[in-house]
Design a protein around this ligand. Structure first.
Ligand code: CP
Length: 308
């Protein structure tokens, strides 16, 4: 039975190209399964998985839960806002209490970068990082790359632009690691205040001009302006941001070439993306969501039973 080379998915930085390829090949099979009239397989029967979310989520939490149910796993859901974390219980105590109920795998989202890495040093269950602060969001990067591979028949050599709030984005960092491993060319584009100083050291091009970036790329992955993480003012107003960096239908149509438009969600409609662009023929945003279920099924299937 194929397995990933490590017992956790903590980030893309430290996984191998072969692991990514194995996840994609397995997700191809699961995508076929979830499009059948009977969408369920017994692959994770008798495996118990806890979705432990310390931050809000729609897509990631529901996608993991649906993926677990499609694989016949037993599922429990924990939301910090309604838990004893509110009474002062620590992360490690919380997770150890969940594991005492014979849970095999933890899917965790946490506001602190490195929280799943910390857990992996203290517990025996498989851990999947569902987003840790501004650090990594590995399954988002995997489903993004899987969607590019599906739409453009591969990722190698493709020109991918990541546009917007790179500074606060765990999606950007995981995407950069994944796309570099898969041989894509990557450009990051945004206002200088939202581009980290170290970014060019990650092997990406840096471009401040949106129209030049759109003219160059095959794929534009547009990121949300993360106002909830911005302690400072990084641009004068949302209106000005939208004027210089907002993707509109007119901007896309003016390119007179095919372009694939992506967004990890949730979208700030009218800020980084206009509604008519988000819903245009260029957009594969809902395909990304569909692929998220198959990719997450693959990750959990390939990790199950590997924790010691
Ligand atoms: N893309 C993403 O992580 O969305 P959610 O925050 O809704 O899970």
């Amino acid at each position: 039975m194929p397995r990933l080379s490590q017992p956790h998915l903590l980030g893309i930085k430290n996984i191998t190209l072969r692991d990514i390829e194995l996840i994609f090949e397995t997700a191809d099979n699961f995508k076929e399964v979830i499009n059948r009239p009977i969408k369920k397989v017994p692959s994770l029967r008798d495996v118990t998985i806890a979705n432990v979310f310390f931050e809000n989520s729609t897509r990631t939490r529901l996608s993991f839960e649906l993926a677990q149910k499609r694989l016949s796993a037993d599922v429990i859901n924990f939301s910090a806002s309604t838990s004893s974390v509110k009474k002062g219980e620590t992360l490690l105590d919380t997770v150890n209490n969940i594991l005492a109920m014979k849970v095999d795998m933890i899917v965790m989202r946490h506001a602190s970068a490195g929280a799943p890495h910390f857990l992996s040093r203290h517990i025996k269950a498989n851990i999947i990082n569902a987003g840790d602060g501004t650090h990594e969001h590995p399954t988002q990067a995997l489903l993004d790359a899987f969607s590019i591979r599906e739409k453009l028949n591969g990722v190698k050599g493709k020109k991918v632009a990541i546009i917007g709030d790179i500074l606060h984005s765990r999606v950007a960092l995981s995407n950069i690691f994944a796309l570099n491993k898969l041989g894509a060319q990557v450009t990051v584009c945004g206002p200088p205040t939202l581009l980290p100083k170290y970014i060019s050291k990650l092997g990406v091009n840096v471009e401040l001009d949106l129209q030049k970036t759109l003219a160059w790329c095959d794929v534009a992955n547009v990121l949300r302006i993360q106002l909830e993480r911005q302690q400072l003012k990084y641009f004068p107003s949302l209106r000005e941001y939208s004027l210089y960096y907002g993707i509109t239908r007119e901007r896309l149509d003016a390119l007179k070439k095919p372009i694939v438009l992506m967004h990890p969600g949730p979208i700030n409609r009218g800020v980084e993306l206009s509604s008519d662009a988000a819903d245009s023929r260029h957009s594969i945003i809902l395909d990304q969501v569909e692929n998220g279920v198959a990719v997450r099924m693959a990750v959990m299937y390939l990790l199950a039973g590997t924790a010691s």
